[in-house]
Design a protein around this ligand. Structure first.
Ligand code: FUB
Length: 446
């Protein structure tokens, strides 16, 4: 066995699964499949600056776009637009709430729709209209940008949380909280004013429905999904129709309130490579303040009768993890009933991530779907002091290594020889083999 002292700096490369964005707050994820990549357009929570009066409220001044081809490694492509460069947006508003982005089949361009507090604007008759929440657009030739903001928000549209739905025939609709569905004109910069092109969705709860609808089509049916403050915090619920304008039938809840009391629950749904995914947010990097949220993703399943199976949010999230990556055990798939727990590495800097703390013989944490391109020869673990004892590493249910963690060290990497492991996709388990306490940051195979 080999023991290496490492610098604390190395802990910066956190690669946990949920949340998927780990260096900034992110919320209200709108996911979009483009070729063999998934793009996510979230809103961007920040800590309130001095000039923003409301320290207890959402504070959001720009948007970024992220993408991944394997649902594990996410790239930040940078900023789309901010409140200082969008011509119509109040530059002191910090109110760039939940956006959406789709590709316009009429010209192949990408249209990013976002709500924000508007500056008072001159109207066509020369008067000045008041500010308030409006919906604007940025366009780009690629989902990665560069993005060009329109000079003015969409005429006649007020409110938050626009959702754009593109039907199989290429017709696009603007879905707004309320819930209303309105045809977009072919330019995607204006909405139809014909009353026949506008519909208010019936069949939804009459109370507690204030934001974030997302329309998704599955097997020819329209699934109107939406956050619903059923009791206190929001759950996600849905109704279904055969035609876009209904009638819609209420079907129930498919995602319960967040365990950590995040009041909002905002989501989107995509199908990627044969699997359907739910993108949502919670506030795990900010357990005391639910306006600083983080984007997560989990699989979502439809039952044979078309109903949506209840989604259980996980820490493991989606995507295969390479055995040679840092496997963040604290984003476990399963944890033994006792003898272990998850804690922040640095409580004052939650973005540093988490550790798995084992404190009873037999306690274990399991991390599913690890891809071994070759049979590994060595397992390496980063542990955090105080730690001492022995851990077994299992591939599926077979012990392939025993890692000896000596006492009296600073942050250390500990390696052990692996034997009897095979290549392929396997579940990895780490089990406390002795009494004592061991705090694991991550493990990796070589
Ligand atoms: O992010 C600000 C607001 O919180 C969104 O617009 C809502 O959907 C809710 O998530």
């Amino acid at each position: 066995m080999q023991v290496l002292a490492v610098m604390a700096l190395l802990s910066a490369g956190v690669s946990a699964q949920n949340p998927i964005i780990r260096d900034q707050f992110s919320a209200d994820p709108s996911a979009l499949v483009v070729g063999d990549r998934v793009y996510v357009f979230p809103s961007h929570d920040i800590k309130a600056p001095e000039e923003y009066g409301r320290k207890d409220w959402f504070c959001m001044a720009d948007y970024h776009v992220f993408s991944s081809s394997n649902l594990t490694d996410w790239t930040d492509h940078g900023m789309i637009v901010d409140q200082w460069t969008a011509p119509w947006v109040n530059e002191k508003g910090y109110s760039m709430w939940a956006p959406d982005c789709k590709q316009n089949p009429n010209n192949g361009k990408y249209y990013f729709f976002f709500p924000a507090g508007a500056k008072p604007m001159p109207t066509a008759d020369g008067r000045r209209s008041m500010g308030g929440n409006r919906v604007g657009i940025c366009t780009a030739d690629s989902p990665e940008g560069p993005w060009t903001p329109e000079a003015t928000p969409i005429e006649g549209v007020g409110g938050i949380d626009p959702c754009i739905f593109v039907d199989d025939d290429g017709q696009a609709y603007l879905v707004m909280p309320g819930i209303t569905i309105t045809k977009l004109n072919p330019d995607w910069k204006s909405v139809s004013t014909d009353p026949a092109d506008r519909h208010r969705v019936e069949g939804v709860p009459t109370k507690g429905l204030v934001e974030g609808p997302y329309l998704y089509k599955h097997n020819g049916k329209y699934y109107m999904t939406f956050p619903w403050a059923r009791n206190v915090e929001e759950v996600l619920a849905y109704c279904v129709a055969d035609n876009i304008f209904g009638p819609y039938e209420f079907k129930g809840v498919f995602f319960e309130e967040h365990a950590n009391k995040c009041w909002t629950n905002h989501h989107s749904i995509i199908e990627f490579k044969g699997q359907t995914y739910l993108f949502y947010h919670h506030n795990e990097y900010s357990p005391e303040f639910d306006k600083n949220r983080s984007v997560c993703a989990d699989s979502i399943f439809f039952e044979p009768d078309g109903s949506i199976r209840m989604v259980k949010p996980t820490l493991r999230g989606i995507g295969v993890t390479k055995s040679t990556a840092k496997i963040e055990l604290d984003r476990y798939s399963e944890l033994s009933a006792s003898g272990d727990s998850i804690a922040y590495l640095e409580p004052s800097n939650t973005f540093a991530g988490w550790k798995t703390v084992f404190y009873e013989k037999g306690a274990w944490a399991k991390y599913n779907t690890v891809q071994f391109d070759k049979a590994p020869k060595t397992v390496k673990m980063k542990v955090v002091p105080p730690s001492a004892g022995k851990l077994e590493v299992l591939q599926d249910e077979k012990v392939i290594a025993t890692v000896d963690v000596p006492a009296d060290r600073q942050v250390i990497e500990v390696s052990a020889k692996v034997s009897g492991a095979s290549k392929g996709v396997h579940h990895v388990k780490v089990r406390m083999a002795t009494a004592g306490k061991i705090q694991v940051d991550w493990l990796t195979f070589e």
